[in-house]
Design a protein around this ligand. Structure first.
Ligand code: SF4
Length: 283
C-alpha cells in the first residue's frame, strides 16, 4: 500500500511516542504505526533502556520497602539489559564495550548519589485514559507508562543524555504535559542523568495546569483527525531528523534516501554549501 493509500486501520490507542513521531514527521508515523515497521535501536537508545530497567528494579520495590537495593543488584540489571538489547543494534557509533562502561558508570553514580533522595509512591505504572474528541465524538485513548511519582506528588521522567535539558524543554515538553494530564498532578520534572567522564544529575522542575491541559485537549483531536485523514506529511528536509543518520526509514522513504534528488548536507558538493544556499536549492 502506498503512502497515498494508507491503511484505514489506525491503531486504537495513542501514546506520547506515537504522537511525537507524527508531529515530527508524518512519514515516520506512517512507517512505524500504520505499516508496523520497527527500526534497529541506536546505541543511545539501548543505554537509556538499560538505565531505565535499573531504575525500575530499584524503585518498584522501594515503593513498599523505602530502602534502595544494593548497587550491584541494580548494575547487574543494567548490564543484562544492555547485553540483551545490544543484539538488535546494527550500527555501533560508539564501541560496544565503551557504551556499556559509560552506562554502568553513570548508573553507579545515579544510584549512589540521586536515588537515596527519592521516595516513590508509584513506578512504571500503566495508565490508560480517554481524551475528549469533539472532532469525531469518539474519545482518544492514550496509554502511558510514567517513570515515577514521588512523595511530593511530583511526576519524574528520567532522561539518559549527554547534556541537561533546558528549562524551556521542561516547560514545553509534550510528554510531561501528557503525564500531568493523566495524573491530574501539576508538578513535573526531568531527571537528566548525564553521561561522560564525570557523570552528573540535573533535575529540571516545571509545572502544568489548566492552560497546558486545555492545549492538550485541543491539540490531540487535531492530530488524530490528521492521522485519520491518511495524509502523512514528510518533515522539513533541512531538519536533522531527515537524514540517513537519524531516520531509520531513510532508504525506503521517497522523501529521503529513496529520493534520488535529495542531497544531504554531508553529501552535497562544497560549491552547494555556500552560506547563502537554501535547502530548497539542493532538491
Ligand atoms: S526520510 Fe525524512 S521524510 Fe522520510 S520518514 Fe525519514 S524523516 Fe520523514
Amino acid at each position: 500500500m502506498s503512502e497515498q493509500e494508507p491503511k484505514p486501520n489506525i491503531r486504537d490507542y495513542q501514546s506520547f511516542s506515537s504522537l511525537s513521531t507524527f508531529v515530527g514527521c508524518g512519514m515516520q508515523y506512517y512507517y512505524r504505526y500504520v505499516e508496523g515497521i520497527k527500526t534497529p535501536p541506536s546505541v543511545a537508545i539501548i543505554e537509556g533502556s538499560a538505565g531505565h530497567k535499573g531504575q525500575e528494579k530499584n524503585f518498584v520495590q522501594k515503593v513498599e520497602t523505602h530502602i534502595d537495593l544494593p548497587v550491584d543488584v541494580v548494575l547487574d540489571v543494567v548490564s543484562d539489559t544492555f547485553e540483551q538489547r545490544s543484539a538488535d543494534v546494527e550500527t555501533w557509533e560508539t564501541p560496544k564495550g565503551s557504551a556499556k562502561d559509560e552506562i554502568i558508570k553513570l548508573m553507579r553514580f545515579v544510584h549512589t548519589n540521586h536515588n537515596p533522595k527519592i521516595q516513590p509512591v508509584e513506578c512504571e505504572a500503566e495508565h490508560i485514559i480517554e481524551i475528549p474528541n469533539p472532532e469525531s465524538g469518539v474519545p482518544v485513548k492514550m496509554k502511558s507508562y510514567i517513570d515515577l511519582v514521588d512523595t511530593t506528588q511530583t511526576i519524574r521522567d528520567s532522561k539518559f543524555t549527554k547534556k541537561a535539558k533546558s528549562q524551556g524543554d521542561a516547560d514545553n515538553d509534550m510528554q510531561l504535559t501528557i503525564y500531568s494530564y493523566v495524573k491530574s498532578l501539576p508538578k513535573v520534572a526531568f531527571d537528566c542523568f548525564i553521561k561522560g567522564d564525570k557523570p552528573r544529575v540535573a533535575t529540571i522542575p516545571s509545572v502544568r495546569g489548566i492552560r497546558q491541559w486545555n492545549w492538550l485537549e485541543r491539540a490531540v483531536p487535531k492530530y488524530i483527525k490528521a492521522i485519520e485523514s491518511g495524509v502523512f506529511m514528510p518533515c522539513d528536509p533541512a531538519h536533522w531528523r531527515c537524514s540517513e543518520r537519524f531516520c531509520g526509514y531513510w532508504l525506503r522513504c521517497p522523501h529521503g534516501g529513496a529520493n534520488t534528488n535529495k542531497v544531504t548536507i554531508d553529501q552535497a558538493p562544497a560549491n552547494l554549501l555556500a552560506p547563502e544556499t537554501e535547502i530548497s536549492d539542493l532538491l
